[in-house]
Design a protein around this ligand. Structure first.
Ligand code: SDX
Length: 428
């Protein structure tokens, strides 16, 4: 007998079906609630509302568990390549050797962008934030590939658009950075793998031979895997709702990039480094800044702390913290910000305010330090997040379109003026 939830409204008892997922998560299915009762639910920020049933990523916030298609983030981060994880998220299974080779070859074939797009970069002010450039460039790709405007055209066309997007985002991201320096653009090279190619386009110059450092490549591969998907977070929910209108994938992902830019979401990694630099410049007085974060009168928040789902620890933060130590040691870098971050973490984790609110370091807390060690400039940190999250956005969009989910259109409760008559301006 299937489980039900009973709700009493206006003296009448209604039964609503309970849905149980494969990891025993439970939900009350309210899809018929308004028809049955005339009531809707209210849930600001969707803190208690499931938007979909998904087979892609499983999070357990209490236990600090993160799985992509059933594989633990710890195993994938230590054993897989970012291209393997991208294939796993998008197509549902780890690729065979041949499947991975075909996937990587197909992507390598599409890393160039139309030469016409270079003119777009020239129109931006020198200090244009790369996230603003990237979201525009990704949406503009739809104008070069009109066949992508119908996302349901065919399986082959959908796959071509997916591979084009994975291939071209690194090129456009690296060019956004080069453009901010007024440096010449570097073209992708097919002898490199995905991470090597991105680092080459970011840091090589036409005047010298650039050698990609293996430690940097390995660290970037790990960071991109850790950011690859995170179920129904703000930017992924944006991608799902924009894609549910049957907008093309390029403009759908462009919307996700814009949502990720916010300092409460993916923009936090840039905010964390700026916060650590602020504390460092202020003499490293960690106690003073922890007190500011607790002060309700002070808008300052401890960036990189807290999470909507993880109420114990963010497993990605643990992996990044270890990778941080490893990379700084191998590259022989002594970054004072790492010492401040570790002291800040210790002080906060012993403080009742943070413990009572289950505030722990999240994925953004240490990622900025490692990006800095890899030579990535601060303004590119959230672009790095977008690079990692792209396969997750694509996988979630593909699942939503293949499941033929309806256009997203939440309800509301109106609290404005009740009906009233127009008053002529002479009488106002
Ligand atoms: C990401 O959703 C995802 O999965 C996101 C992400 C992904 O991979 O996609 O994991 C990536 O976005 C990580 C989060 C990055 N953002 C930050 O680090 C910004 C700082 N963190 C906060 O702004 C906050 O913790 C959020 C936005 C992450 C979560 O906010 P919630 O769940 O809406 O919680 P809340 O704002 O209601 O806070 C609850 C309480 C409040 O205090 P009280 O009103 O109960 O007294 O905790 C306090 C908040 O003031 N609080 C903080 C705090 N975060 C929450 N106080 C000080 N410093 C903080 N960082």
């Amino acid at each position: 007998m299937s489980e039900v939830a009973k709700i009493e409204l206006d003296g009448k008892i209604y039964e609503l079906p309970v849905f149980t997922g494969t990891e025993n998560e439970k939900a009350i299915d309210i899809s018929k609630l308004r028809d049955l009762t005339g009531y809707i639910t209210l849930d600001s920020g969707y803190k208690n509302t499931g938007a979909t049933k998904s087979s892609i990523t499983f999070l357990d916030g209490e236990e600090g568990i993160l799985h992509y298609r059933g594989y633990s983030i710890e195993q994938l981060a230590s054993k897989a390549s970012f291209m393997e994880v991208s294939y796993l998220l998008i197509y549902g299974e780890l690729p065979t050797k041949d499947e991975l080779a075909d996937f990587e070859m197909s992507i390598k074939k599409h890393t160039l962008v139309s030469e016409d797009m270079k003119q777009f970069f020239e129109a931006y002010p020198a200090k244009a934030h790369p996230m603003g450039v990237l979201s525009s460039m990704i949406s503009s790709l739809s104008t070069f590939y009109p066949e992508s405007l119908d996302p349901n055209r065919s399986k082959e066309a959908k796959n071509l658009t997916i591979h084009r997007l994975i291939a071209k985002l690194p090129t456009l991201a690296a060019w956004s950075f080069k453009n901010s320096l007024s440096h010449p653009f570097m073209y992708p090279r097919n002898e490199f793998d995905y991470c090597e190619n991105f680092l080459y386009m970011m840091f090589a110059m036409p005047t010298e031979d650039y050698k990609v450092h293996p430690v940097v490549v390995e660290a970037l591969n790990t960071l991109l895997i850790l950011h690859a998907d995170h179920e129904q977070n703000c930017s992924t929910s944006t991608v799902r709702i924009v894609g549910s209108s049957q907008a093309n994938l390029y403009s759908t992902v462009s919307a996700g990039i814009s949502a990720l830019w916010g300092p409460l979401h993916g923009g936090a990694n840039q905010e964390v480094i700026e916060m650590l630099e602020q504390i460092n410049n202020d003499g490293g007085n960690v106690d003073k800044w922890v007190a500011k974060a607790k002060d309700k009168e002070d808008p300052f928040r401890l960036m990189g702390f807290g999470h909507r789902v993880y109420k114990n620890f963010d497993p990605r933060a643990n992996i990044i913290k270890k990778a941080c130590d490893d990379v700084l040691e191998k590259l022989n870098i002594n970054d004072p910000l790492l010492a401040i971050a570790k002291k800040l973490e210790k002080v906060a984790l012993e403080d009742a305010y943070f413990k009572e609110r289950n505030l722990y370091p999240n994925v953004d807390f240490y990622s900025g330090i490692i990006y800095k060690a890899l030579g990535i400039p601060t303004e590119m940190f959230t672009v790095m997040f977008a690079l990692g999250r792209l396969p997750g956005w694509i996988a979630q969009w593909k699942e939503m379109t293949e499941n033929k989910e309806p256009i997203g259109r939440p309800r509301q409760i109106y609290i404005g003026n009740t009906s009233r008559d127009y008053v002529d301006i002479s009488k106002r």
